[in-house]
Design a binder for this molecule. Sequence first.
Ligand code: SF4
Length: 352
Amino acid sequence: MFFYLHIPFCRQKCLYCKFALTPKFDELKVRIYIDALKTEIEEFFDQNSEISIETIYFGGGTPSILTGEQISEILEIFRKQRGFSNISEITMESNPEDITSEYIQNLSKLWINRLSLGVQTLNSSSLQMTGRSNSNEAIFRAFDIITKGPIENISIDLIAGLPGTIQGQIVSDLNKIFSHITPKHVSIYMLEDELYPPDWKSHLPSEEIIQSEYLSGSKWLQEKEFRRYELSNFAKSGFESKHNRSYWNHSQYRGFGLAAASFVNGKRSTNSSSFSGYYRGEREEEILTEDSLCIERIMFGLRTSGVFLYELENKDIVERFQKEWLLEIQEEKVFLTSTWIFLIDHIISELI
Ligand code: SF4
């Protein structure tokens, strides 16, 4: 099984952020949260002592606000389980400002073997406008520390189309990043329109620029032998995120913490997104029908490694999209053509 741990604290909240977290916290609040998280994990393993542990992912929020001791006490619960011997990937999302040599050494001692760095952009005015706390100075200092090792599996997150973006930003950022560090994985996200606060509208790049930023970043990475294995995710061979793949191929995953989602035995459940609700153990559950699982397989499949033709009932539309060069079929699997990936929402809505 794949495990997600949500750490819902950030020093300040970026204006576009939709995650469950608070920028108002102190040591006591973090302590109370970690104790609740540990209890939730322990209760799970009390009832599932034989379960195999494939990956653990610390996400957030900003998990790198945790101290080495706090990470260790959480991981200790996993380490005590028989199924821990199967683990292949432990990821820590980290803010560049938190990276020190000591921090990296601590992570490595705790068997954390994958670091996901939230860079987002090297455009200082974009960073400022979005309320992000990291500076280019902190980002490059973090790169210099990370390149000394020992964690080699590094992923970088970038966002195409932040306010203040100029044409060519992503490629310029990639060139600068790769002159300091050699990541094995890069994610390029495009923010959804509704996440933008209304007063940003005048600073936003046009849709054409956002799409061209994504496409030029995608081309740049593919020329460097990164493979796009999901619309927003690019990796060197063998460095695809095992954890994230579990979401896209309907593997069983269990999320712990505020607003964390799980998918176990065909049932999707989500913890409360309020601290008080989470501490009371509130969670919502939904049993997924075969129809809704099929819809998800189509959505995930088109974003990743294709959908089996037999999953798609409306063959006329598939044929039409194929003629319009929106979809292609290879060995009984249907794929999005790379020219039309921005039409994915329209294509999916027609297919399901
Ligand atoms: S650092 Fe990430 S999780 Fe925290 S507020 Fe910003 S976007 Fe949200």
